[in-house]
Design a binder for this molecule. Structure first.
Ligand code: FAD
Ligand code: MG
Length: 332
């Protein structure tokens, strides 16, 4: 049986458990569909205009960065046949940041769109022939991208996909809007990219939930303010063929969906773009290599949920993490 869960319901890997507390402050939650996922913005009612500005900003970013929308910068670049293509300065800056992050973390490779198409993740998924995978892989590679000020070009048949970074960037931009409006407390959830601003009015921390794989239950909660929480997982957007699950995150070394013994990775840090990239890269790298990276760089905290039903957390989360399921064991 083949199955690909609908992306819009599937991407809510992180569940915000929010209430603004028992005090009298009125709140408003605005929900909208963007970047192929449900997004929510919760703010005090007096800051509703900030929420409206966020929605406009996210829609504008999608118009620039979507892989599937004809006329977006990324779409025009992907179908430019190697020609130099004019793009918005903001797209150019994000592509430059993506190139830097790809150098730091080669597992984050935003040039794999040809492979995602081959696997059918944007249509009807199925396992392709190995020869076709190898052929598609030979066209990929961020070295085929040149970015200038207001233009870019792609050679060798490579195609870009900012699906592992653009939601995080959008969350960063949304957080700036909240700050520019002087918003004291807010919760954003862009399909598994969560941002928590401030605390409840009572001063208590908000809780962010990590989903228990293959269920609608909550496995664990995290607390901490002014932080991005981003999850990448294998159990939300996948299909099954020949009794095996294939997820949408592709290992650039093989051209096949990543298999690193993880059900999910949640990254916590102060930079939404970075958190999005790290969660995808860590999912491919696996827990051990990711923990080495974190110990060397101190760029983030993280929670790894393994397919052996273990949970591994970094030291900085020890006082902010609560495991809620006895089906999983916290590994020392
Ligand atoms: P993440 O781990 O953050 O990202 C995984 C996604 O990144 C994959 O789905 C793939 O797209 C890409 N990817 C796979 N392997 C790698 C890798 N090794 N390195 C880097 N990236 C990789 N989905 C649709 O089906 N239709 C749409 O029209 C559509 N429009 C979108 C427009 C925008 C602006 C954005 C940001 C996303 C859009 N998406 C669309 C959704 C998108 O393709 C992914 O489903 C989504 O971004 C995955 O997010 P995630 O948090 O689940 O996983
Ligand atoms: Mg990501």
């Amino acid at each position: 049986m083949k199955r690909l869960l609908a992306a819009f319901s599937a991407l809510l890997l992180l569940l915000s458990l929010f209430s603004f507390g028992s005090c009298s402050e009125q709140t408003v939650t605005k929900s909208f569909f963007a970047m192929n996922t449900y997004c929510t913005v919760t703010v005090p009612a007096k800051n509703a205009d900030a929420a409206d500005e966020i929605i406009r900003r996210v829609n504008a970013l999608e118009a620039l960065l979507s892989v599937s929308r004809e006329g977006s910068d990324i779409y025009r670049l992907n179908y430019s046949d190697g020609e130099q293509t004019p793009i918005d300065n903001e797209t150019a800056l994000l592509l430059k940041r993506a190139l830097e992050l790809n150098s730091l973390l080669p597992a984050f490779d935003f040039s794999l769109f040809r492979l995602s198409l081959l696997w059918g993740f944007f249509a009807t998924p199925s396992v392709p022939d190995d020869a076709d995978i190898k052929s598609a892989l030979s066209h990929c590679g961020t070295d085929k991208l040149t970015v200038g000020d207001g233009f870019a070009s792609l050679s060798g048949g490579a195609m870009l996909d900012l699906g592992a970074i653009a939601k995080g960037y959008a969350a960063d931009e949304a957080s700036k809007i909240l700050l520019s409006h002087g918003v004291e407390r807010a919760l954003l959830n862009f399909g598994g990219n969560v941002f928590v601003l401030g605390t409840k009015q009572s001063g208590a921390d908000y809780k962010v939930g990590i989903k228990k794989p293959y269920t609608e239950e909550i496995l664990a909660t995290l607390t901490g303010k002014d932080l991005f929480y981003v999850t990448s997982g294998s159990y939300e957007r996948y299909f099954t063929e020949g009794g095996k699950n294939y997820c949408h995150i592709i290992d650039p070394k093989t051209g096949y969906p990543a298999e690193s013994g993880l059900y999910s990775v949640t990254v916590v840090c102060e930079d939404g773009t970075l958190a999005d990239v790290l969660s995808t890269a860590f999912f491919i790298m696996g827990a051990e290599a990711s923990l080495d990276f974190i110990n060397e760089t101190h760029l983030c905290e993280a929670v790894f949920v393994t397919s052996g039903n273990e949970v591994i957390i970094t030291d900085g989360l020890k006082d902010r993490f609560t495991l809620l399921s006895s089906d999983y064991a916290l590994k020392d």
